[in-house]
Design a protein around this ligand. Structure first.
Ligand SMILES: Cc1cc2nc3c(=O)[nH]c(=O)nc-3n(C[C@H](O)[C@H](O)[C@H](O)COP(=O)(O)OP(=O)(O)OC[C@H]3O[C@@H](n4cnc5c(N)ncnc54)[C@H](O)[C@@H]3O)c2cc1C
Length: 375
C-alpha cells in the first residue's frame, strides 16, 4: 500500500477540510447544545453530496471510495465529533444496503440516503445485549401475511431523526440472527422515545425504540447471515470512528500549539518549556500513527482485503486511545483555559472518552485482534 495520499486525494482532503472549517466550525457549539438542528444540517450535507460519497452514481451518489469518505469524516471530526458519530450510523446503513440489499431495496433507499432525505440508524443494542450483540431478545415471528417484530432497542444513535432503521432480531423458528429494514416514517407498531443524556458526542442523540408486533414482510428482510452483516456494519463504523478520533486529535493539537505559542508565563511563552514541547511532540506522533492505521484500514475496505476486520479494530483501538489520552494532554497544555466551556478543548476531551465505548469497546477490539493471532 502507498501510505501517502495521491495528489488528487490530497486535493479532495483539502476541499473537505475547507468545507468543515467554513460550515461546521462556526456552528459546532450550537450543534452540541441542540440550538442548530442536526437533522437539518445532515440534510444540507445530503444536498451538497457529502452523504453519498460511496453510493454508486446510478443510485444518486458520487461513487467514490471508502477512503474518500474517511477523509471527509476526519475533516468533520476536527470540529465536531458528534456529527461524525451521527454519520457513522448513516454510513452503516448505506454500506449494509450496498452489500446486502436487494435491487429493489437499493433503488428505493440509496437515493434517499444520498440526498439526506432519509437518515439511517442501526438498532442492535438492548438491555441484555451490549458487546454480545447475538444475545438479543427482540424476536421476529412468522405469521400468515408475513412477520411480526417485538422487542426493545436502546442507545440508538440518530433514533429521533432517522427514517430508515436496520433492526436486529432473532428468528423464533430458526433461532438465527436477522436484520430488518424499516421505513419508520411509514411504519406502524413502533414507538420511539428519547434515551439518556451522555458525557459527550452530544449533537448526536441516542434514543430507544419499542417494537410492538410491528408488521413486516419479506421486502423488509436484509438477505444473508445476520451475524456476518452486523460484524461488517461494526467494522465499517469502527473506521469511521477512528477517523473522527484522528480529526479530533488534530483539532486539539492545533489549539494546544496555538496556546503554547501565545501564553506567557515566567517571562516567556510556555512553548519555550521543554515539558510543554515534549507533550506536543508526543501528541503529534501518536496522531500520525493513529492516522496511518486509519487510512490503512480504509484502504483494506476499498481493496476488499480479508485483513480489513483486523485493521478496522486496530484503527479503532489506537485512534480512540490516542484521542482519550492526548486530548487530555492537549487540554493540560492549555491549563485552566482548556477547561472553559467556551473553547472546543473541553468538548474534545468529553467526546474522546466516548470513542472508546461506542461502535464497539476497546476490549472487544482486543478480542478481535487476539483472535486473528490464533493464540
Ligand atoms: C454514545 C453511544 C451510542 C451508541 N449507539 C448505538 C447505536 O446506534 N446502535 C446500537 O445498536 N448500539 C449503540 N450503542 C451501544 C454500543 O454498541 C454498546 O454500548 C457497546 O457495544 C458496549 O455494550 P455495553 O455498553 O452494553 O457494555 P457491555 O457489553 O456490558 O460491556 C461492559 C464492559 O465489559 C467489557 N466486556 C464485555 N465483554 C467482554 C469480553 N468478552 N472481553 C473483555 N471485556 C468485555 C466491555 O468492553 C466493557 O468495558 C451506543 C453506545 C454509546 C455509548
Amino acid at each position: 500500500m502507498n501510505t501517502f495520499l495521491s495528489s488528487s486525494q490530497e486535493a479532495v482532503r483539502e476541499q473537505y477540510s475547507k468545507f468543515a472549517a467554513q460550515e461546521i466550525q462556526p456552528i459546532a457549539v450550537d450543534l452540541e447544545k441542540g440550538k442548530t438542528s442536526l437533522k437539518e444540517f445532515l440534510q444540507r450535507l445530503g444536498q451538497t453530496g457529502f452523504l453519498g460519497l460511496t453510493i454508486p452514481k446510478e443510485y444518486g451518489g458520487t461513487g467514490g471510495t471508502f477512503l474518500d469518505q474517511i477523509l471527509f469524516i476526519e475533516a468533520v471530526g476536527e470540529h465536531e465529533a458528534g456529527v461524525a458519530f451521527a454519520l457513522s450510523a448513516h454510513i452503516q446503513v448505506v454500506e449494509l444496503l450496498k452489500r446486502y440489499g436487494s435491487d429493489t431495496q437499493k433503488s428505493r433507499y440509496l437515493p434517499l440516503l444520498a440526498r439526506g432525505e432519509a437518515i439511517g440508524s442501526l438498532c442492535l443494542n438492548e438491555e441484555k445485549a451490549g458487546s454480545d450483540f447475538s444475545s438479543v431478545e427482540t424476536v421476529v415471528k412468522p405469521g400468515i401475511d408475513g412477520y411480526t417484530l417485538s422487542g426493545q432497542k436502546i442507545w440508538v444513535v440518530n433514533g429521533k431523526i432517522a427514517s430508515l432503521l436496520i433492526v436486529s432480531a432473532k428468528d423464533t423458528e430458526t433461532g438465527k440472527l436477522t436484520l430488518w429494514l424499516l421505513d419508520s416514517s411509514n411504519q406502524s407498531g413502533l414507538k420511539m422515545s428519547p434515551g439518556v443524556k451522555k458525557l459527550g458526542l452530544r449533537s448526536a442523540s441516542v434514543d430507544q425504540f419499542e417494537f410492538l408486533n410491528t408488521s413486516l414482510t419479506d421486502a423488509n428482510l436484509l438477505e444473508g447471515d445476520g451475524k456476518e452483516q452486523i460484524d461488517f456494519a461494526l467494522d465499517t463504523a469502527k473506521v469511521v470512528m477512528a477517523a473522527a478520533a484522528v480529526g479530533l486529535v488534530h483539532g486539539a493539537t492545533k489549539l494546544a500549539v496555538e496556546h503554547a505559542r501565545t501564553r506567557e508565563q515566567f517571562g516567556k511563552t510556555i512553548g519555550h518549556f521543554q515539558g510543554i514541547q515534549w507533550k506536543l511532540a508526543d501528541i503529534s506522533t501518536d496522531h500520525a500513527a493513529a492516522r496511518l492505521m486509519t487510512l490503512r484500514a480504509a484502504w483494506a475496505f476499498d481493496e476488499s482485503k480479508e485483513e480489513f476486520r483486523n485493521y478496522a479494530s486496530m484503527a479503532k483501538l489506537i485512534a480512540s486511545k490516542t484521542a482519550r489520552f492526548q486530548s487530555g494532554e492537549a487540554l493540560q497544555v492549555m491549563g485552566a483555559a482548556g477547561l472553559n466551556e467556551d473553547t472546543p478543548m473541553e468538548r474534545f476531551y468529553r467526546d474522546a472518552k466516548m470513542m472508546e465505548i461506542c461502535q464497539g469497546t476497546s476490549e472487544m477490539q482486543k478480542v478481535i485482534i487476539a483472535d486473528e493471532l490464533k493464540v
